[in-house]
Design a binder for this molecule. Structure first.
Ligand code: DOR
Length: 455
């Protein structure tokens, strides 16, 4: 809907709060949650009956690759943000390996201008590290953080020399996150397996050892420099060893494909599940899931990384690494909740609250009085099958093609504004906003108000 609305009442929803689900009516005023337990008869300009539906905080996906600028034949900020809205993702943090890579504040500002023009949901852009841009990283402000490719992936960003890593950890203050696969190990494995066209070798080239060495190295740097650090897409149970001792400096993330797929799926899915870090074993799937339940890992993200099916159908290793996921991530998790494997408050913590706190995005990630009304209504009884041809991502495919899930988003609100609904489709007028990052008050180990510390 496009008319200006001051007050919206979401009546009789099952409201997913941090530690419970409570039936109630949520009142929104000018895009802010005014009351999470308003009476069902409160006056409002717009009233939506949510009986039978669950109201969750919108997903904040802290690791996506949206290809704009430079690789817009794969995705752009219009197609990507529509996929987000339909998937219940109300904010994304995008990685710097676009073309050109975002390694200066001018590069970030250029992306923000594209997003202001095209994005249906809220956005933030990481600044990318290079071996010699520590001074630029130190000057950067109001971005989620610094991204280091300690191992190379799509694009040419790579920092793997110890001196350069030490400088970045010592001379910058923004939170750092990293792609942890050891470049030397990956190159040695690739040389040993040179000439292979066997997709299963991807998990031998980017093996457990590569992930272990890089995660060990990065977490050691973070602890020694006492620098806020987030391990992106942990792919092996073995890496958990380096995350086991809680530290105010360390948090970690898993991506859905690392808990949903393993090497036994290569014969069925081939390069559709070719990812960096590679997918690993069934035991890793289980170990990572248990780490999430135990709190050793705090965040679920997608690493949405679209390539066209044509690009993917080249023989390995010409086939690029990456898969699209933003429009299905919440549904995949809701399906797990429906199956009794986790709860909705846990999903809200992993996909909304924890990323908000880790990246200092104040006022987001929870349904709570005074928070921004970025929310998603979900129908746990809705059943739908993921189909390539129905995907909104420009790449038009999903590794979950053919999977039937119970539990889907039906309406997504950004600042109280319905940007997408299953019935009405998209509001083409609305644009999301640049997220504001406050790293002084944020931090996962602080309280939601941003004022506590780890202990
Ligand atoms: O498989 C991957 N593809 N992993 C990454 O970290 C980058 C991504 C991409 O941008 O294609």
């Amino acid at each position: 809907m496009s008319e200006a609305v001051n007050r919206t009442l979401l009546r009789n929803a099952n409201v997913v709060l941090p530690n419970e689900i409570r039936v109630g009516s949520v009142l929104i005023e000018n895009g802010i949650i005014l009351d999470v337990d308003a009476g069902a008869t409160v006056q409002a300009d717009r009233v939506t009956d949510c009986t039978g539906l669950h109201l969750m905080p919108g997903v904040i996906d802290d690791q996506v690759h949206f290809r704009d600028p430079g690789l817009t034949h794969k995705e752009d900020l219009d197609s990507a943000s529509r996929a987000c809205a339909a998937g219940g993702v109300t904010a994304f943090l995008e990685m710097p390996n676009t073309k050109p890579p975002a390694i200066t504040m001018a590069g970030i500002e250029a992306k923000e201008r594209i997003a202001a023009d095209k994005s249906r949901v809220n956005y933030g852009f990481y600044i990318g590290a290079t071996p010699d841009n520590a001074a630029e990283l130190a000057r950067a402000t109001n971005v989620p953080g610094i991204k280091i490719f300690i191992g190379s992936s799509t694009g040419n960003l790579l920092v793997d020399e110890q001196a350069a890593l030490e400088r970045i950890f010592a001379e910058t203050t923004l939170p750092i996150c990293a792609h942890c696969e050891d470049e030397t190990t990956v190159r040695q494995n690739a040389e040993r397996l040179a000439g292979t066209n066997d997709i299963t070798d991807h998990s031998r080239i980017r093996d457990e050892e590569a992930a272990m060495i890089a995660t060990k190295r990065a977490t050691e740097l973070a602890r020694r420099h006492q620098h806020r650090f987030h391990v992106l897409h942990v792919s092996t149970a073995a890496e958990l060893e380096f995350l086991a001792n809680p530290s105010p400096y360390l948090t970690a993330e898993i991506c859905l494909h690392h808990i949903f797929f393993n090497i036994d799926d290569y014969p069925r899915l081939g390069s559709r599940i070719q990812m960096n870090p590679s997918i690993k074993t069934k035991a890793d799937n289980d170990g990572l899931w248990n780490a999430l339940l135990a709190g050793t890992i705090q965040v679920i993200a997608t690493d949405h990384a679209p390539h066209t099916l044509e690009e993917k159908s080249q023989p390995y290793p010409q086939s690029p690494s990456g898969l699209p996921a933003v429009e299905n991530s919440l549904a995949l998790m809701l399906n797990r909740a429906v199956a009794g494997e986790c709860t909705l408050p846990q999903i809200a913590s992993w996909m909304s609250d924890a990323p908000a706190r880790i990246w200092g995005i104040l006022g987001k990630g929870r349904i709570e009085q005074g928070y921004d009304a970025d929310m998603v209504l979900v129908d746990l009884e809705k059943q739908k099958t993921i189909l390539d041809e129905e995907q909104i991502t420009k790449s038009r495919w999903s590794p979950w093609h053919g999977e039937s899930l119970s539990g889907w988003p039906v309406s997504t609100l950004v600042s109280g504004h319905e940007v997408w609904s299953a019935d009405k489709g998209f509001d083409d007028q609305f644009r999301g906003s640049k997220l504001q990052f406050d790293h002084q008050r944020g931090g996962f180990w602080s309280t939601p108000d941003g004022i506590g510390t780890a202990d």
